[in-house]
Design a protein around this ligand. Structure first.
Ligand code: SAM
Length: 422
């Protein structure tokens, strides 16, 4: 991940599958990987005084070991250091294993340095919360210093497990009562279809297999509510994979309603199919491999009652669950992201019936991909107007849009805007 830009969840799952590990070891390796990744800049800062220049794998090994020493209570320091030395030896380099041993011994003999030693406040935030400096500056520019600190702190909290109930097959109370027998569950504060728990492997449950419940973040569950699908609506889900929102919307349709779900890749369309089959919604969904920017050429004018553009975005709102996102260079190319987002809206909007509804959503929290996109779209398309959104939690509504930062309800960061063709 750190060397080859691999996605943490995919690379880790593949590795875990290829090894014969006990459940305990699977959990340990997952904690080590996610912990080290989410704290990498802090960990490198801790060892910096003892390391001038070294190979990447040595730096990563040191970071993983220091993670255990500083952040994990149940691994004795001596065990963490011994393992690191063994790993270095296994790499076949005696000199480097001595170096690893030396650095770690020096580190453990000294007091843990305080972040207050860093005089520049932006630099301090960047190191303390392991957020690349450019991204830290971006957060401060967008939210101000204090709100940035709140967001960074909340990102360090463990993610909740978040479920959505398939209300076309069961109801929230029934599922809640069943789950409460086994887990410490509570109702979502923001989504009427949501149930949350501090943790838990819900995908192993029978009700998950049977499609009565699914795993979906609470904030993302609000999209289908905002779209407000009516039973016989014809709907375009322009960027649909893996289909979390497609299946949710389908649950509100009768057999007269229909969703055209698009995505760029076959393997991603298969994920929508699997989700839709499990939740018993596949009959209402057509899957098409298509660039959403070609929707008009394919479907023509006045085709859909409703359109969802759940746009490709930087995904910064997901940082708590996907800590590796922060190091990806491509996520800070906001101009390129905004261009694609506008192109998708520009093209798909032409397929909407008059008085039709278009919902634009992202799992990011920077203005360039959210409010600016809506502003620019409306400036170019006077035939559209914004429909101001409301929510019983009024702090979720900003300038007529749903806007959730990860610190507000410990959910993913999210943005939703609703537009109508006049
Ligand atoms: C934010 S994700 C969608 C999540 C999905 N709506 C859900 O709820 O599960 C964005 C998706 O857009 C797809 N995508 C990116 N560019 C696209 C394009 N030009 N046309 C269609 N899909 C695109 C990506 O492959 C990705 O699966």
């Amino acid at each position: 991940m750190l060397n080859n830009n691999a996605y943490a969840n995919i690379a880790l799952n593949e590795k875990i599958k290829s090894e014969n590990l006990t459940e305990l070891d699977k959990n340990l390796v997952t904690t080590l990987v996610y912990g080290t990744i989410s704290k990498k800049l802090t960990l490198d800062w801790y060892t910096k005084p003892y390391v001038k220049k070294t190979k990447k794998w040595v730096k990563n090994l040191l970071a993983m070991t220091v993670y255990q020493i500083v952040y994990m209570d149940r691994i004795p320091t001596s065990a963490a250091v011994d393992e690191a030395v063994k790993i270095a030896k296994k790499q076949g380099d005696q000199r480097l294993s001595g170096f690893v041993n030396g650095v770690l011994r020096n580190f453990t003999r000294s007091d843990l340095p305080s972040f207050d030693e860093i005089s520049d406040s932006t630099q301090k935030l960047s190191i303390q919360y392991s957020m690349p400096i450019e991204l830290t500056k971006k957060f401060i520019q967008n939210f101000g210093f204090d709100k940035t600190v709140k967001i960074f702190k909340s990102i360090e909290e463990p993610s909740k497990a978040s479920l959505r109930v398939n209300t076309s097959l069961t109801d929230v109370t029934t599922e809640f009562n069943k789950l409460a027998k086994e887990f410490e569950v509570s109702l979502s504060e923001i989504s009427p279809t949501g149930i949350v728990a501090p943790s838990g492997h819900f995908s192993d449950l029978l009700d998950f297999n049977d499609g009565l419940i699914t795993i979906q973040d609470e904030s993302s569950q609000l999209v289908a509510t905002v779209l407000d699908a009516q039973p016989s609506d014809k709907i375009l889900d322009a960027c649909a994979a893996p289909g979390g929102k497609t299946v949710h919307i389908a649950e509100y349709l009768s057999e007269k309603g229909h969703i055209d779900a698009l995505d760029l890749y076959d393997h991603k369309l298969r994920l929508i199919q699997q989700n839709a089959e499990r939740l018993h919604q596949i009959d209402k969904i057509s899957l098409t491999k298509l660039d959403a920017r070609k929707a008009f050429e394919t479907f023509g004018p006045d085709h859909f009652d409703k359109i969802l553009v759940d746009a490709p975005c930087s995904g910064i709102g997901l940082i708590r669950r996907k800590p590796d996102i922060r190091y990806r260079k491509e996520i800070t190319d906001f101009d390129a992201l905004q261009e694609i987002q506008l192109e998708i809206l520009d093209n798909t909007c032409k397929t909407l019936l008059s008085s039709g509804i278009m919902v634009y959503s992202t799992c990011t929290i920077f203005d360039e991909e959210n409010y600016q996109v809506i502003e620019k779209f409306l400036a170019k398309h006077p035939e559209f107007e914004q429909i101001p959104l409301t929510h019983e939690r009024s702090d979720l509504v900003k300038n007529g849009c749903i806007f959730i930062t990860p610190d507000a309800y410990q959910t993913d960061g999210f943005f939703i805007a609703k537009l109508r063709k006049k």
